[in-house]
Design a protein around this ligand. Structure first.
Ligand code: ZN
Ligand code: ZN
Ligand code: ZN
Length: 382
């Protein structure tokens, strides 16, 4: 008899908790307090609903972690295999007092508070624990979350492959463009993301013609015409084990007619910038150096002013997380880092283009793209 999915997942989570505790020790943190946001599901498999009622994992350096949860939410907490104790509270109780009591019991005084907790929670606890010292919990969790374990890489790989299948439909002309609104094309991409196994669509940006020059364009009522660039940037969340899912995020730019030589030339520069940036993302280089590789190629071609955003962002349980590929980030890349590489060139009022893949650094320290759909500027004239 093999281990069940949930016991495998709980083994992974207890390994994550060990990593968190090791880092708490390094940073001199007595307890980590997690609430809304991605740290909690990453560590426990349970995602707190964004209720006003308090959900808080109290994770002391020494002693049992306790999840303080609204009583009516307790049935949604999966069996955590002894990873933490459950402390459900009723509407007649004061949950802040419960958390305060747990912290006083352990004598914790240096506390790492979830970056995503409600301000009401933070201020109420600070009012009760006036001698405590507070830091952002992300200082403990982010560097660990940024380095994906095997289960996370499997989930990101599956999400990337599912997004690739959507891109294949797009690039083979399977999504009618000319005469459709951006919103219609966006809805079609979203439906395909779900059909390919995502549990949720996080975004499906469709920017056509002049709208393609706005990187985060909200797809709307503009009708797509012939001979336009159309930037399609889409992603969702996919779970392999029923637990919190992992994100996909990719961009392809298509043409609804033959590109002008100006558009073709721009795209050649973009393609080369993206290809070389991916190739440069090996273990041991800094995050900002990957940005610099893409930027210098686009700069040298004279389009530097038109590349108006960072080259990439980390990805995992959240769409955007550490490490960011941006000037000023001298963090060194290591195996397990997963991030987007997505340079773009935007001609205001005229056209735009972006090319994005998710890349993970493999155990040999080499960049492994999780998106492999055609990178060329494809003409879809339907
Ligand atoms: Zn973006
Ligand atoms: Zn994207
Ligand atoms: Zn992205």
């Amino acid at each position: 008899m093999g281990m069940s999915d949930s016991s495998v997942a709980n083994g992974t989570r207890s390994a994550r908790m060990d990593r968190v505790r090791a880092r708490m020790e390094v940073l001199g943190v007595d307890a980590v307090l997690l609430s809304h946001g991605a740290d909690l599901p990453w560590l426990t498999g349970y995602r707190a609903m964004p209720l006003e009622r308090l959900t808080m994992l109290v994770l002391p350096l020494v002693g049992d972690p306790v999840l303080v949860v609204p009583g009516l939410e307790a049935p949604r907490v999966a069996d955590a295999g002894g990873l933490f104790d459950l402390c459900p509270w009723s509407d007649a109780e004061d949950p802040i007092a419960l958390v305060e009591g747990l912290l006083r019991k352990t004598g914790a005084s240096r506390l790492a508070m979830s970056d995503r907790a409600w301000a009401t929670t933070v201020l109420a606890l600070q009012g009760r624990l006036v001698d405590a010292e507070w830091i952002d919990a992300s200082r403990v969790t982010s560097p660990i979350r940024a380095v994906k374990d095997a289960a996370e890489i499997a989930a990101l790989t599956a999400a990337g492959a599912a997004a690739d299948r959507v891109a294949d439909v797009l690039l083979s002309g399977g999504i009618p463009m000319i005469g459709r609104t951006e919103a219609e094309v966006s809805a079609r991409i979203g439906a395909l993301l779900i059909a390919e196994g995502h549990s949720a669509v996080n975004f499906a940006i469709v920017g056509s013609g002049p709208n393609a020059a706005s990187p985060h364009h909200e797809p709307g009522s503009r009708v797509i015409g012939p001979d336009e660039t159309v930037v399609c940037d889409f992603g969702g969340t996919l779970s392999l084990d029923g637990g919190p899912g992992y994100c996909s995020d990719m961009t392809r730019t298509v043409m609804t007619g033959q590109p002008t030589s100006e558009v073709s030339d721009c795209y050649e520069v973009l393609l080369e910038a993206q290809r070389q940036a991916v190739a440069s993302a090996v273990a041991g280089v800094t995050a900002e150096s990957v940005d610099q590789v893409a930027r210098s190629i686009i700069d040298a071609a004279g389009y530097g002013d038109l590349f108006v955003h960072r080259t990439g962002h980390g990805i995992g349980i959240e769409e955007h997380e550490d490490p960011y590929l941006v000037v000023g980030n001298d963090e060194v890349l290591v195996p397990g880092h997963a991030f987007s590489v997505e340079p773009g060139i935007y001609q205001p009022g005229r056209f735009g283009m972006r090319l994005e893949d998710i890349v993970v650094i493999d155990e040999h320290g080499l960049p492994e793209p999780l998106n492999r759909a055609d990178h060329q500027l494809v003409v879809v004239d339907g």
